[in-house]
Design a protein around this ligand. Structure first.
Ligand code: PGA
Ligand code: ZN
Length: 430
């Protein structure tokens, strides 16, 4: 089925910032739309998100240039191509852009089209989006679909919630749930219990960018204590049924080669001291995964964390890898992590994101399909995670419609698949 045209326009994301939507129209008149998310604690090696920089519109955050690049350059270049040729479509855009970081056309322009075509490919084939995604992977997994275990960000800090913890994300993972529908219920119950605990302290129950509470905690450890209480009050066994995952987003804590934890009154921590802190917490709490525990250039720190935790914990690279296969290769060489966070907008095309997933798999690293802190109302990660069979997904808390939209989509997919859905088990490959 051939692409007739592609149209783009400017809309808003969940933070009220402009983002781009692309609509791929096929020759038979069917179409599919995609919107692009946006990060706040972005990695310096990410592909470039093109913003207009015109202070007269949206404080310089408009995306009309990216929109024009889709309408004037990308659309004519792709018209007439088979929409199922995802590699060819992405390659054409890479050549048209011609830069290493997609800085001419903008990674937001390119990605909006890459996802719109992916979705339109599913429409052309007449199969669900997740099923279509699975056909792009080689070898195509047969029969069952692996439902991903969610990482639920119930307490937000860092750049996603001013006044809360310095560390960005305190997540729960319902590792013991028999299916997604139950996992979502368990998560929502723990989230609401946490809300009650925060309310009982007479703290505000406002939420951060990813829908987790953002209370004025006194230390970076306090959220862990609150979450433990919430898990127990909700009637679940910590660790066995509901475990904890962290994303300190430590690049944001790293100043002049030292780590700063303002809430703890601790400045100038070395990477060894950060790793000591994590080890202490791992002993006290059921933490099974730490993402960006060190800063994006601190390969030695990441390696130290890997060695000290001896593969018992999932060590995830987000800003460290930026979904970029080249960076993952360095990470493998440095033994810096055993897991790769996959955010399609860090790299800018579906084809490159799939290549990064394949590379990670070849090296026995786990992958987590992830949203961004600035999201849209069109679900994407749920289908992408089921279709890629990675077994884990990170889509925020159990509040705010742009987050809940992904949980709802996961539940729809599981119900549609029936016996063919199998929930992943949390297993470290290395
Ligand atoms: P971001 O944060 O989308 O603001 O970059 C998410 C994360 O660090 O995982
Ligand atoms: Zn992160």
């Amino acid at each position: 089925m051939k692409i007739k045209t592609i149209r783009a326009h400017e809309l808003l994301d969940s933070r009220g910032n402009p983002t781009i939507e692309a609509v791929a129209v096929l020759e038979n008149g069917s179409m599919a739309a995609a919107m692009v998310p946006s990060g706040a604690s972005t990695g310096q090696h990410e592909a470039l998100e093109l913003r207009d920089g015109d202070p007269a519109r949206y404080l310089g955050r408009g995306v009309l240039k990216a929109v024009a690049h889709v309408n004037d350059e990308i659309a004519p270049a792709l018209a007439g191509m088979d929409v199922r040729d995802q590699k060819g479509i992405d390659q054409t855009m890479l050549e048209l852009d011609g830069t290493a970081k997609k800085s001419r056309l903008g990674a937001n322009a390119i990605l909006s089209v890459s996802i719109a075509c992916l979705k339109a490919g599913a429409v052309a084939e007449g199969i669900p989006f997740y099923a279509y995604v699975s056909t792009l992977l080689d070898p195509e997994p047969a029969g069952k679909f692996i439902m991903p275990i969610p990482m639920m960000n119930v307490l937000n800090g860092g750049k996603h919630a001013e006044g809360s913890a310095d560390m960005q994300e305190y997540m729960i993972m319902p590792v013991g749930a028999p299916c997604i529908v139950e996992a979502v219920r368990w998560g929502a119950e723990v989230f609401h219990r946490l809300g009650k605990i925060i309310q009982d302290k007479s703290w505000p129950t406002t939420v951060g960018d990813e829908g987790g509470y953002a209370p004025p905690v006194k230390s970076n450890e306090e959220p862990l204590q609150l979450i433990m209480q919430a898990i127990e009050k909700a009637g679940y066994r910590p660790g066995e049924q509901v475990a904890i995952a962290l994303d300190p987003a430590a690049t944001e804590l790293h100043v002049d080669n030292k780590y700063h934890l303002e809430k703890d009154g601790r400045k100038d921590l070395t990477y060894e001291q950060m790793v000591d802190l994590y080890e202490d917490w791992i002993r006290k709490y059921p933490i099974i995964s730490i993402e960006d525990g060190l800063a994006e250039e601190d390969w030695s720190g990441f390696n130290h964390l890997m060695e000290e935790t001896e593969g018992k914990i999932q060590i995830v690279g987000d800003d460290l890898f930026v979904t970029n296969a080249q960076r993952v290769r360095i990470g493998i060489w440095e033994n810096a992590a055993n897991s790769v966070l996959i955010k399609v907008n860090q790299i800018g095309t579906i084809t490159e994101a799939l290549e990064t997933i394949k590379l990670a798999r070849e090296h026995e690293m786990t992958c987590i399909i992830s949203h961004r802190s600035g999201e849209t109302e069109l679900p994407f990660e749920a289908d992408f995670a089921v279709g890629t069979h990675v077994g884990q997904i990170k889509i925020g808390s159990l509040s705010r419609s742009e987050r809940v939209a992904e949980y709802n989509q996961l539940m729809r997919i599981e119900r549609e698949l029936g016996d063919r859905a199998e929930v992943a088990t949390f297993r470290l490959r290395k």
